[in-house]
Design a protein around this ligand. Structure first.
Ligand code: FES
Ligand code: FES
Length: 179
């Protein structure tokens, strides 16, 4: 099948690639752009491992065609921290509170948490559990993930993120100067 050109922005960078019309966004990110931090578990919209942000909202990249992201602004787990820089506060909190074991589900959780904390910088436990109900983890039992999200929220509030426009909630390269 003929390949089509796709142009989009990923983690603040303008990128271009090509894909067949049936190629999923997840496969495009991983195979065409080399962004393998986005994981594929079920590949049919159940597990949330493939969660990324598309124009600021979380989506399951296994359920979208790459062509549907034409011209969009994407955020993937690779955009959270600079390769040689410190972890993003959400990543730090997951590490400190043992919010991961095997780590397979973690990129999807991190991106969902980005959206949650942009929407509500001080979420309660039930809100966290509800927001993350579309992300499955076979290892942790979720309690440590909830604790990590609460800790991440605290870190971000302390850092003065303060709300949807908060600079530290946003992954690296979300459109600010130099982003
Ligand atoms: S791989 Fe996309 S939801 Fe499971
Ligand atoms: S840490 Fe293993 S699936 Fe979540």
């Amino acid at each position: 099948m003929a390949r089509r050109e796709i142009e989009l922005r990923v983690n603040g960078r303008s990128l271009r690639g090509s894909a067949e019309p049936r190629t999923t966004l997840a496969d495009f990110l991983r195979d065409e752009l080399g962004l393998t931090g986005t994981h594929l578990g079920c590949e049919h919209g159940v597990c949330g491992a493939c969660t990324i942000l598309l124009d600021g909202r979380s989506v399951r990249s296994c359920l979208l065609f790459a062509l549907q992201a034409q011209g969009s602004e994407l955020r993937t787990v690779e955009g959270l921290a600079d390769p040689d820089g410190p972890l993003h506060p959400i990543q730090e909190a997951f590490s400190e509170h043992h919010g991961l074991q095997c780590g397979f589900c973690t990129p999807g959780f991190l991106m969902s948490v980005c959206e949650l904390l942009a929407d509500d910088p001080d979420p309660g436990e039930q809100e966290i559990r509800a927001y993350l109900s579309g992300n499955l983890c076979r290892c942790t039992g979720y309690q440590n993930i909830v604790a990590a999200v609460q800790a991440a929220a605290g870190k971000l509030r302390e850092a003065g993120a303060g709300g949807p426009g908060g600079s530290r909630v946003a992954p690296r390269g979300t459109g600010g100067p130099g982003g």
